[in-house]
Design a protein around this ligand. Structure first.
Ligand code: AMP
Length: 300
């Protein structure tokens, strides 16, 4: 089934305690699409500037990603983001955000994208997500991501968006910030009152939680020693999760649990390299080998 993502496309400068990379391909949409592409076809909508190398477009095409929703703004500059990780590799500080073409992004969905059954509004301004939803007819499932920035500066738009989506994916700290609750479960339940039918709370190295009115599932993170660059883990998690759900075409409890596991595993691969590097070395078979290992670790 078709999976559509609308999100940011960036040139990231990332500094970890051991290395630094400048202007590497990042953004919520590339991480999401790459992660989802291991499970089926993905359609990507995003905006870049004239500084966008054609080879990146080719790279997405080769991975089976439909890039006909990629807008290249003549004379424009691609969104740039820069972050620095602390010693623990979990906490990071944003050093710089230059919205550039992303600041005026009005998504224009190609005709065929408007009939997507599964839609993910990756991290970006809630108004961008709303503008995209205006163009989509009758999707089976709409899920969005958000972050502290939008909770702080675009709360009204976010509240409108929350009423139009089926699911929300966000970090533990963001769920607490959005609701004022100190307990993760209470925060997730309060978000259900704001609109979504389910909430997925990401807790970094402590895994993730799926909460709906009648369900609560808990999935640990895949234990990995080799964390090179945690950037994009959240978007990759969402990509693996939505990619698997779209491949199954239903939201039965077994599908949801396995989707959370696939999201976890793909995010685990993502952090083993800078940017999208690790994704270029793996395939679905390798992900499924980890699934077998993960099942042995987590079953009791
Ligand atoms: P994550 O590590 O999953 O939070 O995702 C990091 C990615 O989000 C980076 O590649 C950034 O380019 C992108 N990003 C950072 N800030 C924003 C923002 N305000 N809006 C959209 N994307 C962003």
């Amino acid at each position: 089934m078709t999976l559509l993502v609308i999100g940011s496309i960036a040139f990231d400068t990332i500094e970890t305690p051991i290395a630094k990379r400048e202007n590497i391909l990042g953004g919520s949409a590339p991480y999401f699409t790459y992660a989802a592409s291991f499970f089926g076809p993905v359609q990507m909508v995003g905006v870049v500037g004239e500084d966008w190398p054609e080879e990146y477009t080719e790279m997405f095409r080769k991975q089976g990603i439909d890039v006909s929703g990629l807008e290249i703004v003549p004379g424009g500059k691609t969104f740039r983001w820069s972050g620095k990780y602390r010693e623990n590799m979990n906490d990071r500080d944003t050093l710089d955000t230059q919205l550039n073409v992303l600041g005026h992004f009005q998504p224009k969905l190609p005709e065929i994208f408007r009939r997507a059954q599964f839609v993910f509004l990756a991290n970006g301004a809630p108004s961008t997500g709303l503008a995209a939803l205006e163009q989509i007819q009758g999707a089976d499932l709409v899920v969005a991501d958000t972050m502290d920035l939008w909770i702080n500066i675009a709360r009204n738009d976010l509240d409108v968006l929350l009423k139009r989506i089926d699911g929300l994916v966000l970090n533990d700290s963001e769920a607490k910030m959005l609701t004022g609750e100190l307990n993760t479960i209470s925060a997730a339940k309060k978000i259900l009152n704001l609109g979504p039918k389910f909430v997925v709370v990401k807790k970094g190295e402590h895994g993730s939680l799926f909460v709906s009115e009648y369900e609560l599932y808990l999935i640990p993170a895949f234990p990995t020693e080799n964390v090179v660059d945690p950037t994009g883990a959240g978007d990759s998690f969402a990509g693996g999760m939505m990619g698997y759900i779209a491949s199954q075409g239903n939201l039965e409890s077994e599908t949801i649990k396995k989707a959370l596991v696939y999201g976890t595993l793909v995010a685990g691969f993502c952090v083993e390299g800078f940017g999208l590097d690790r994704y270029k070395e793996i395939n679905r078979e390798e992900i499924d080998r980890r699934l077998v290992l993960f099942r042995k670790m987590a079953s009791f």
